[in-house]
Write a protein that binds this ligand. Structure first.
Ligand SMILES: Nc1ncnc2c1ncn2[C@@H]1O[C@H](COP(=O)(O)OP(=O)(O)OP(=O)(O)O)[C@@H](O)[C@H]1O
Length: 763
């Protein structure tokens, strides 16, 4: 075929020459559809405009044109979508339809979430039920194959497996008798690691549901305990496979649960705990002790807890831990474990939907061999090790026996091993025991011992396993509850206090009320008494007026004070009576002649009164207004009155003072005039006045007298300080601020002394 050349003219090029080996077919288009000329956009995008107008187009050219058109279409679509996206992003309020749909989806999501959670819990429950039906303490028996030396020695096999009897084995004794043992599962010598783990898996994964799990391998030295638990790189054991499975499940449950896995590795060697994950194992290991945490679990403070994220990491850890383990050579096993090796996997789980937290432990224990000391021919250090091993295994046996017989006390603390496993052995956890046996007739006795022990363990009826909440969380809640309790106690105390205060307040209020009532009663009584006294007074006053018409006339000129204004004798009030002046009146600076005259008058009046009123004297009172002495800070008080008791004759029921005053007035015209004019005044205004010398000032009212350099309150100005009161009451009253009774009373100087003032002792 000869070469053909097609010349294509592009817009910006002069000519493009395309060479083909052959042109199989030429597809000519009339210029419609895809063969139309491309627009300028194509040109700008590097796509050359191709026109078919000039002639028929080649298939390749046609393809280019078609593709260009497709690109154009896609570009348009892209522009449209971009615009739509822009609209959606710029519009903060999506369509109502979208909102409705979102709401519906949200509701649906909630329903599904709830259903899912229900399903999860149901799955867990059923799963746990299955495990419980199988038994929380389960025993698997594994028999290893005859090893090379046994084969060489020609040892016979004493363990028989009947295929018709599932999970059972028979031990053929030397006398051909068979002893049958039944376990939860029996692994034959040819069962590989995978088969073993397939049966183990369901229990192991319980730890992810929050249950404590303990798996331990028990058996004679060299029976394959370490092989089962650890395995080797070709045949990895339960430990590695368990962690592998845990990682797998945590990945599967990742959407619902968040898990954190931690690994610790330790050994109990000669009753000492040794951390197998410490970085520098050459250094003397620090002493580790088992402590009971506040939550009630057994913890080993200072134990390394390595967070693990993947199987490879786990394998490295297990390898380094195993390297640090105490091993030694015995006649039974070249690399015999001389300690109990414990791998602890701590699983912290959190449900991302309901935030429920769990914290559980999985113990994977490779026990030291339960060999008989005599049999394995050990001595020295090995013998000591064997003794410790046997002691701790015997303690484990005791614990299991106690659990089996359901005794109250379980001797967990008899060994470090059982103490450490306390929270994972017993009722509230799942336990799996591998009893490892040898098929060799040489180990028959040991095999029987191990199988008997395992049978006892299997016989334990443990209660239902309890799900382990995160105990640190539990402790936190416990503390919160305690604080709440304390606060409640305090609140109760405060409430009690408040109540007692309230009751006291109520009691005081009632006392106050009763006192108020008493005061009201007393006020009423007082008012009654006043009324009756006024009545009596009025009667007495009326009678006096009736007997003395002249006086009545005078009284009518100036009407008597109303009953309310009358000052009644107050018999009970004596507190205001001023005490007798301690200053003897005789020592006053008064002229002797005046004093003598005064005394004479007093004596006369006393004698007269005594003669008239002998046997009729009754204690009476006369009111004296007392004003408290003004002080700079004191508020000015209204004037008050005091009553001074006197002895007054009350014969003939006349105006009380009338008769005596009339007699008195013999000595003074002023006095007579005054009493004769108004007997009321004589009665109520028997007030104390200055001594008789100052007759001019005595004419004035006491207030008036005081207002103009009073003689009563101080020395009369006329006598330039020579005047001093002599009467004791005067002296006493001078010490108080006295205000005269508002009832004016003049000219009583002479007669008053004998009636108002207490009688002075005669000298
Ligand atoms: N099921 C098995 N299949 C193949 N080999 C096994 C099996 N069980 C044990 N072995 C082999 O037997 C030997 C002893 O096993 P292993 O060390 O695990 O015994 P042990 O019980 O841990 O002994 P010790 O108590 O002394 O540590 C190992 O070499 C191991 O590989």
């Amino acid at each position: 075929m000869e070469d053909q050349t097609v010349e294509i003219q592009l817009n910006n090029c002069d000519h493009t020459v395309l060479s083909f080996d052959s042109i199989p077919s030429l597809n000519f288009h009339s210029g419609e559809d895809h063969t139309d000329s491309l627009d300028e956009d194509n040109e700008s995008n590097g796509i050359h405009k191709v026109s078919s107008a000039q002639g028929p187009t080649l298939p390749i050219l046609q393809k280019i044109i078609n593709l260009s058109n497709k690109v154009q279409c896609l570009k348009e679509e892209h522009t449209n979508l971009s615009n739509q996206a822009k609209n959606i992003s710029t519009n903060p309020f999506p369509d109502l339809d979208i909102l409705d749909k979102l709401r519906l989806l949200g509701n649906e999501y909630e329903v599904l979430k709830k259903k899912y959670l229900d399903e999860i819990s149901e799955r867990k429950r059923l799963y746990n039920e299955v495990i419980e039906l199988k038994g929380n303490i389960r025993v698997f028996c594994r028999c290893r194959p005859l090893n090379q030396s046994e084969i060489t020695n020609g040892s016979s096999v004493v363990v028989e497996f009947d295929s018709s009897l599932e999970n059972e084995l028979q031990i053929v004794s030397a006398d051909s008798s068979k002893k049958q043992f039944k376990f939860d599962h029996v692994f034959k010598p040819d069962d590989n690691q995978e088969t073993v783990f397939a049966q183990t898996k369901p229990i192991v994964t319980s730890v992810l549901d929050g249950f404590n799990v303990c798996i331990f391998a028990y058996g004679q030295t060299g029976t394959g305990k370490t092989f089962t638990m650890e395995g080797n790189p070709e045949n990895r054991g339960v430990n590695y496979r368990t962690l592998e499975e845990l990682f797998r499940i945590t990945d599967v449950r990742g959407g619902v649960m968040r898990y954190e896995l931690f690994v610790s590795m330790l050994e109990v060697y000669n009753e000492k705990i040794r951390d197998l994950l410490v970085e520098n194992s050459n250094q003397p290991s620090k002493k580790l002790e088992i402590k009971q945490a506040a939550e009630g679990t057994q913890e080993v403070p200072g134990l390394v807890e390595a967070r693990v994220y993947g199987t490879e990491e786990v394998w490295e850890l297990l390898k380094s831990g195993n390297r640090a383990r105490s091993v030694g050579s015995t006649s039974a096993n070249e690399l015999s474990s001389r300690s109990h090796c414990l791998l602890r996997v701590t699983v912290k789980g959190e449900n991302v939907i309901n935030e429920q937290k769990t914290r559980s432990h999985l113990w994977l224990v490779d026990l030291a061999g339960s060999e008989r000391v005599g049999k394995i021919e050990v001595e020295g250090e090995r013998l000591k090790e064997s003794q410790f091993i046997n002691k701790s295994l015997s303690a484990l046996g005791d614990v299991i026996s106690a659990l089996a017989s359901k005794t109250g006390h379980i001797p967990y603390r008899n060994s470090k091993l059982t103490h450490m496993l306390q929270s994972s052995l017993g009722g509230d956890c799942k336990t799996l025991m591998f009893v490892q046996i040898s098929p060799s007739s040489a180990d028959l006795g040991e095999t029987l011992c191990s199988l008997n022990f395992a049978s006892r363990v299997r016989g334990i009826e443990s209660g239902p396993a309890r799900k382990q909440a995160d105990l640190s969380e539990l402790f936190k809640y416990k503390q919160m509850a305690e604080k709440l309790k304390h606060d409640e106690k305090e609140t109760r105390k405060l409430q009690d206090n408040l109540q007692s205060l309230q009751s006291r307040l109520v009691a005081r209020e009632s006392i106050c009320r009763s006192l108020q009532e008493k005061v009201r009663d007393l006020e009423n009584q007082l008012a009654e008494e006043r009324k009756s006294r006024i009545k009596q007074e009025n009667i007495a006053f009326g009678a006096a007026l009736f007997r003395q018409p002249t006086e009545k006339t005078q009284t009518q000129k100036k009407p008597p004070l109303g009953p309310s204004q009358l000052r009644l004798p107050l018999r009970r009030i004596t507190n205001f009576l001023p005490p007798r002046s301690p200053v003897p009146p005789r020592k006053m600076n008064i002229p002797r002649s005046t004093l003598a005259a005064t005394e004479e008058k007093e004596n006369i009046s006393k004698t007269t009164m005594a003669a008239d009123t002998k046997g009729l004297l009754k204690p009476r009172r006369i009111s004296i207004a007392v004003r408290p002495p003004p002080t700079t800070t004191q508020v000015i008080q209204p004037r008050r009155r005091v009553s001074i008791a006197t002895l007054r004759p009350e014969s003939n029921m006349t105006t009380p003072l009338h008769s005596s005053v009339s007699r008195f007035n013999n000595g003074g015209a002023l006095g007579r005039q005054s009493f004769g004019r108004d007997p009321r005044k004589a009665r109520y205004s028997r007030l104390f006045t200055p001594l008789p010398e100052s007759t001019t000032t005595s004419e004035r009212t006491p207030i008036a007298a005081r207002s103009s350099s009073s003689k009563f309150m101080g020395s009369p100005p006329t006598q330039a300080g020579s005047w001093k009161p002599r009467h004791p009451t005067v002296i006493a009253l001078q010490r108080k601020s006295l205000v005269w009774s508002p009832l004016k009373f003049r000219g009583m100087q002479n007669c008053r002394k004998s009636s108002i003032l207490p009688s002075r002792p005669t000298t």
